[in-house]
Design a protein around this ligand. Structure first.
Ligand code: F3S
Length: 673
């Protein structure tokens, strides 16, 4: 026994029947369905049917069946003050819209279908211009001459007939706009019945005798299987001859309720058992559950693939192979870029949304996947990407892959955040710090990411620090013992003795906070996180260039920095002092140096000798004065000639004092701090 998957109520019929049940007591305009059993049970609920608006009492509640009605019928009902419950199938509604716009643009309408069928009548009722219904070649040939036309199909039309008539129409009408409006539920049902009929020895078509689509199924099956029977109820099976070896195919029209299909299958089982009680025990399997299994089972949370059948302004109708079609609200689509015929993955939210439809969601799948990814990242200790969405009490709500994530204010930054609003709209990398899988709640930290980034940056800097290399830095802070310099994320210390080749009382004498300087890395201690730097080693040593900078005979300015019994030491530049022997301090002989100069005086001196190896410079104030006197040509002098070398020879020790200050290991400095 082969039971068609697409057997029984279609989406539109189920929707209409359930709408009528909910609307009871009410009147339907024409029987809601071509099935006397269903019509009977509706009547028992107070749902009666009328053939025309004129038969309906004023003010009554009227249910419009899935076939839909024309504009005039709506107006007539409204004029009677009826409340209208519209159960027109959305697929049919779409054809009404096409008919209306064709009419508005002056395009004639041709409906391929049965002229007297209520659905075709309803469609024709939405045009004001020329409109025709055709079903045969003769109908096409009888059409008046037309330049253009819009062609639609009755939803239950057989595809092959539709194609053939369209072809014929295209030979007659130059501009033909064809809209494929055959309902896919119908098409699938027709295709399936043909498949089954080819394989079956006996075909049973269950449906209302008035049902157009059931009649078409019967015709299709009869063409392929001569032993095809059209029945309305299970009781009619009794007269059908079946042999033990027969393969029986069963299908049902769109107006056949599940209960009748189940009854038919059950009766077939009984007949088969009577015919052959021992053989074919597998037929026992075709019980009610077997039917349900055949009809595809779905459950909330299940992810299935369906085919987009129709798109309206608010929702997308999806064929999921279930007895009812599925509905995805537009707000539940992951992308609005979806078109009819697309296969999409959807999650079942509700098997019945209260209107007989299966409620589906695409977003749920995305959210679920996103959630799984976030959980996996949290377990792996990986960061996630998010965007600030809304400042809330105590923090910020961010969107992480579509999932709301809370970031406490204290976790937003490395520093105190005054205006949380500033983070709204900002992309950010986050670390999940708390995850409640049951409540689907996530708490994240941006601060943790920033800290990790800083640590990584520091690690890289430490790895790249090379003793002896010269790097750029910015003076961040000064202390008595030296200057702290930021060399790209980490601070190093330039000890006061490493700031200059000369004597330095305070680091501020050499550098200032914010100043950019080059520094040489002297030592790196990653464990204690200490870096020793030298500024002076990036400067030329004064003694190495003293010969060129201060040639013998040149006159320069200097500052008296120290006075001894044999002379005055004059600083030419930091780290470079020269001696003015007492005999060279003045034009005349003086008893003591202070008679000529004092510490702090700025004096002009002539370079008498530069000995870079011995680090000695001999200077003279007297010669400058003499030169000046000679230049003015009015001076007489009493000069004691004492060569500078002799002065140094007499007192070697003081000269050593003028040598650069002994370099103290800079790395010891932080301990002083
Ligand atoms: Fe609608 Fe298609 Fe059924 S048009 S009423 S879903 S056969």
């Amino acid at each position: 026994m082969i039971l068609a998957r697409h057997a029984g109520f279609c989406f539109g019929v189920r929707r209409a029947v359930e709408t009528a049940e909910r609307a009871a007591p009410a009147t339907t305009l024409g029987p809601i369905i071509h099935n006397p059993q269903v019509v009977g049970s509706l009547a028992a609920m107070g749902v009666t049917s009328a053939q025309a608006p004129s038969q309906i009492p004023d003010g009554a509640r009227v249910v419009i069946r899935s076939h839909g009605i024309g504009r005039a019928a709506y107006r007539a009902l409204e004029a009677k003050g009826c409340s209208i419950v519209d159960a027109t199938c959305p697929f049919v509604q779409r054809i009404h819209d096409m008919a209306r716009s064709a009419s508005e643009s002056g395009m004639p309408l041709i409906v391929i279908g049965e002229r007297e069928h209520p659905e075709v009548q309803g469609i024709l009722g939405w045009t004001d211009g020329p409109a025709f219904a055709v079903l045969t070649d003769e109908d096409v040939d009888a059409l008046p001459p037309l330049d253009q036309a819009l062609v639609v199909a009755q939803t239950t039309m057989v595809q092959a007939r539709f194609d053939a008539l369209c072809k014929r129409l295209s030979g007659r009408i130059p501009k033909l706009v064809v809209r494929a409006t055959i309902c896919t539920a119908t098409r699938d049902r027709q295709q399936e019945v043909a498949d089954i009929a080819r394989r079956a020895d006996v075909m049973i078509v269950v449906g209302g005798r008035q049902s157009a689509n059931s009649q078409k199924l019967y015709r299709l099956a009869s063409d392929l299987c001569p032993r095809t029977h059209f029945i309305e109820t299970a009781a009619e099976l009794d007269g059908i001859e079946i042999s033990p070896s027969d393969t029986i195919g069963i299908t049902a029209g769109a107006s056949t309720p599940d209960c009748i299909i189940k009854e038919v299958v059950a009766r077939m089982n009984d007949i088969e058992k009577k015919v052959n009680p021992e053989e074919n025990p597998e037929l026992e399997v075709m019980s009610e559950e077997a039917i349900d299994k055949t009809i595809v089972q779905i459950r909330p949370g299940q992810i299935i693939t369906g085919k987009v059948e129709m798109i309206t302004d608010d929702e997308v109708c999806v064929n999921i192979g279930y007895k009812s079609d599925g509905i995805v609200k537009k707000s539940e689509l992951s992308s609005t870029d979806v078109k009819e015929g697309d296969e999409i993955e959807v999650e079942v939210v509700k098997v019945n949304d209260g209107e007989g439809n299966v409620l589906l969601s695409q977003k749920n799948i995305i959210n679920r996947k996103a959630w799984e990814e976030i959980c996996a990242k949290e377990e792996a200790g990986e960061f996630v990407e998010g965007v600030g969405k809304e400042a809330v009490k105590g923090g910020l709500l961010a969107d992480v892959a579509g999932i709301r994530t809370f970031i406490p204010a204290s976790q937003l930054s490395l520093r105190y955040v005054e205006k949380i609003d500033e983070f709204v709209g900002q992309p950010m990398t986050l670390k999940i710090i708390e995850i409640d899988k049951a409540k689907k709640r996530i708490v994240a930290s941006r601060k943790a990411v920033l800290m990790a980034e800083e640590a990584e940056k520091k690690k890289k800097i430490w790895e790249n620090l090379e003793v002896g290399s010269v790097v750029k830095g910015v003076v961040r802070r000064l202390a008595d013992f030296g200057a702290f310099v930021d060399i790209g994320g980490v601070d190093g210390l330039v000890h006061v003795t490493d700031l200059s080749w000369g004597r330095v009382k305070h680091p501020s004498d050499v550098v200032s906070v914010g100043q950019e300087i080059d520094v040489k890395i002297l030592n790196v201690d990653p464990e204690r996180e200490r870096i020793s730097l030298s500024y002076k080693q990036t400067q030329p040593r004064p003694w190495t260039v003293a010969g060129e900078k201060y040639p013998v005979g040149s006159v320069v300015e200097g500052k008296v920095v120290r006075i001894t019994t044999f002379g005055a030491f004059v600083e030419l530049e930091p780290g470079l002092d020269g001696l003015v022997h007492i005999s060279q301090c003045a034009l005349t002989r003086i008893a003591k140096v202070e008679d000529a100069v004092n510490v702090g005086d700025i004096v002009r001196v002539k370079v008498l000798d530069v000995n870079t190896e011995a680090k000695r410079i001999s200077l003279s104030i007297r010669e400058v004065l003499e030169d000046e006197a000679l230049a003015s040509e009015d001076g007489q002098y009493d000069i004691d000639e004492i060569p500078a070398e002799e002065a140094y020879a007499e007192e070697a020790a003081p000269v050593e004092e003028a040598a650069p200050v002994e370099e103290a290991p800079a790395e010891e400095a932080p301990a002083e701090e």
